[in-house]
Design a protein around this ligand. Sequence first.
Ligand code: KG4
Ligand code: ZN
Length: 329
Amino acid sequence: MTLLGIETSCDETAAAICRHGQILSSIVSSQIIHAKFGGVVPELASREHEKLLNLIVHESLIESGVQKQELDAIAVTSGPGLAGTLLTGVSFAKGLSLGLNIPVIPMNHLEAHIFANFLADPTLEYPFVCLLVSGGHTQLWYIQEMNQYQLLGETRDDAAGEAFDKGARILGLGYPGGPAIEKEAKGGNPAIYRFPRGLMGKESLEFSFSGLKTSLLYFMDDFQESDSMSKRDVIASYQQAIIDTLVEKMKRALNKTKAKTCVIAGGVAANKCLRDHLAVSLPNTRILFPDLSYCTDNAAMISYLGELKYNSGEIGSLDFGVQPNLKLA
Ligand code: KG4
Ligand code: ZN
């Protein structure tokens, strides 16, 4: 069983080859064109995908040593994401599937992020709690088995990734904000400034990051860097407020479900500080993180989950479209 995965839900053009659960190649091209706009410009992203897709798919085949005639199926992200960018990937996948006479499987991007954890450790056992933290989503899931997912809580406003991206913009750092904040926070004291943690009551599993962002905005209005006021400390303190919130909610979710294992998924899972805090705060829980390259958007996770779906008979017809607002459950 050899499967090609294609991912174009936002600003990463990605293709990967998976064979029997092993990733033979994973190529990701991150579109730097958006950096100067401080965020993803949907129309530009679609055009970039169109330019790059053929090349990226070709590279993934070459790197894996697989001929396209050896492919058994194609898995492609059909949602959630930007309508135009999803359409480029889905159209490409359908065309290729017709040419090669093989099936194409529509994939849920969020589900693939969660399953990237099986790439980190194939012995991962159900049930587990997943903190899904990306640019568009912040959700806690109770994963009982494949296709049995219970939403425990989600954000009421901004996603954690957005809190990083918008915070970075306020702080004058680059886009995407997560890696920029993580880098600039190094060496800063995270305990100097106390930004609000949106904990939403004692038991709530919901998130809110808009208050935090607003408080940074007001704080920076009056902030002057000096010997006693370091911007690095502000950045570290802001990052800490996001991390403390995520860790606290994960603790609550584990308490509620009594699960012994938790995983994190999505771009924010790449944050080393978050990983370290989870490990220290949950000493008796098995915690898994995907490899860094499988946290942010990639097609390895799409091809891997695609193979599982294919093996469980979840192959549809070509009669599917893009679903920008696709939910997981
Ligand atoms: O999963 P992803 O690549 O795309 C979506 O599906 O949204 O997540 C992108 C998000 C961005 O908001 C980015 O700032 C954040 O993940 N991110 C990080 C880090 N790397 C990426 N946030 C915190 N720390 C990082 N190291
Ligand atoms: Zn994603």
